[in-house]
Design a binder for this molecule. Structure first.
Ligand SMILES: [Zn+2]
Ligand SMILES: [Zn+2]
Length: 467
């Protein structure tokens, strides 16, 4: 049974808990610097190390988790390894000091680049250029009720999660890895997420992120409009979101409609093409609040949002490793070589004598052998059922966030051979991921390879060792 992780607020207050947002906020006035360094220097600079054993520090401070952003196409880590802000997934925790911002006043200027709000690098602002001689500037003020997280290709400090274009098939350090994308389509400051410190279940997404000078510029060519005296706009390649219909956890959800989110957080139907001038229509009954399983497409990489609540119901990496162990404990055998097969726990481990392979047409799992090789073809005839088809190495889908339920990994995606639960492969096979500028494809979430065949997965048939 899944262990339900406690989300301490607002469902109950258990008096004196150190993560109470009220306590954190106390004494942190508006205008407190954004950097979390502030709190550290404060608590350590008084220099009595023994104080850390005192009453106030008895309970280790529990971090409040908002959720996780996981890039589709990586099986637990980036091929060269996760480093700093460049990694396969990013966990959003409640910050020690709030750093959110909210919209305040707006006004028209003639030359945005020389206006006070833009020049002031402490002031967050968004500049909407209407013409060469006219721009609307929206000033943003600090919001102690929210935490801001920014995502984009830039490695500058305002970006919390650095996301580069995904190369399909590179997730396990495969051969597709050497080719870098010639021209990235991901914006340097692609989007921002504002999480509600008082209700950690609410995280909203907005297109565009503030740069190092705390500005967002929407140039003359960007799509923008003014309604009810409020100005809004879209970024060049846009930020698309897809909320699943139904609960992600459990596997009953269906792929929803892709929408576009604006700089101001509005939800719109898609433009005719990805960067068309004309915006889509307002979608009234959908919001920019992330749900468990919401996909975020940055045009070059697609991210999965998993809420803290949803993750508590999902398997852990350890659960998945134990499921691999359980299959291996059955000592599956190669019916041709009669040797015992072992599914590697680590995705990237090299092939050994014991490496299992799957026949993608029939699902029979066997070891490495040359039987059934078809002349001048890449396909092979399965010795068990004589069906000819492609053969691929089996490997475990080890990134837990992609699982819609817990259970044995009895299915594999085709053509890559990543193993997962039945409901997980069946869910992802139906999810349409934006591809190129105008199309959609189903992909394996562990390696981003487009699925092939109908269906794009296979049920695995192991031959258990009978002695
Ligand atoms: Zn077969
Ligand atoms: Zn795969």
């Amino acid at each position: 049974m899944p262990v339900t992780k406690r989300i301490p607020y607002p469902s109950r207050s258990d008096g004196g808990s150190s993560e109470s947002p009220l306590l954190v906020e106390e004494g942190e006035t508006v205008g407190a610097p954004h950097s979390p360094r502030n709190i550290h220097s404060h608590s350590h600079s008084h220099g009595n190390p023994h104080r850390s054993h005192s009453y106030h520090h008895e309970k280790p401070k529990q971090l409040v988790k908002y959720g996780e952003l996981v890039i589709l196409g990586y099986n637990g880590y980036l091929p060269p390894g996760d480093r700093g802000r460049r990694r396969s997934k990013f966990v959003l925790y409640k910050r020690p000091v709030p750093n959110g911002v909210k919209r305040s006043k707006h006004y028209i200027v003639k030359t945005p680049h020389s206006s006070q709000a833009i020049l002031n690098t402490k002031q967050h602002s968004i500049s909407y250029t209407l013409s060469r001689t006219q721009a609307v500037i929206v000033e943003y003020t600090e919001d102690e009720k929210t935490d801001m997280f920014q995502i984009g290709r830039s490695s500058e400090s305002p970006i919390d999660f650095v996301v580069m274009d995904t190369c399909a098939g590179s997730g396990d350090g495969g051969p597709a890895n050497e080719g870098r994308v010639a021209q990235s389509t991901i914006s340097r400051f692609a989007c921002r997420i504002l999480a509600d410190r008082l209700d950690p279940r609410i995280a909203r997404i907005y297109a565009a992120g503030f740069d190092s000078s705390r500005n967002i510029f929407l140039g003359e060519k960007a799509t923008k409009w003014q309604e009810n005296r409020e100005i809004d706009g879209l970024t060049t390649n846009g930020v698309l979101i897809m909320h699943p219909r139904g609960q992600f956890c459990g596997g009953e959800a269906q792929c929803g409609f892709w929408r576009e989110v604006s700089v101001g957080g509005g939800v719109f139907s898609l433009r005719e093409s990805r960067s068309a001038q004309q915006k889509g229509n307002v979608v009234e009954d959908e919001s920019n609040i992330l749900q468990d399983g919401t996909l975020i497409d940055l045009c070059g990489a697609t991210l999965l949002w998993r809420s803290a609540e949803g993750l508590a119901k999902s398997p852990t990496k350890q659960d998945l490793e134990e499921l691999v162990d359980a299959i291996n404990a059955g000592r599956p055998q190669c019916p041709v070589g009669l040797n015992t097969l072992v599914i590697p726990r680590k995705a990237a481990s090299d092939s050994t004598q014991q490496q299992p392979y799957v026949y993608l047409k029939c699902g029979h799992v066997q070891g490495h052998h040359d039987w059934g090789q078809e002349k001048d073809k890449v396909t092979r005839r399965c010795p068990m059922c004589l069906v000819a088809g492609a053969v691929v190495k089996l490997s475990m889908g080890i990134e837990p966030a992609f699982y819609v339920d817990c259970g044995p990994p009895t299915y594999a995606f085709s053509p890559c051979g990543h193993m997962a639960t039945e409901k997980t492969v069946k869910y992802w096979e139906k999810v349409a991921i934006p591809h190129g500028t105008n199309g959609y494809i189903a992909i394996c979430p562990f390696c981003a390879v487009p699925l092939e065949g109908t269906p794009g997965y296979v049920k695995l048939i192991f031959q258990d060792n009978v002695d």
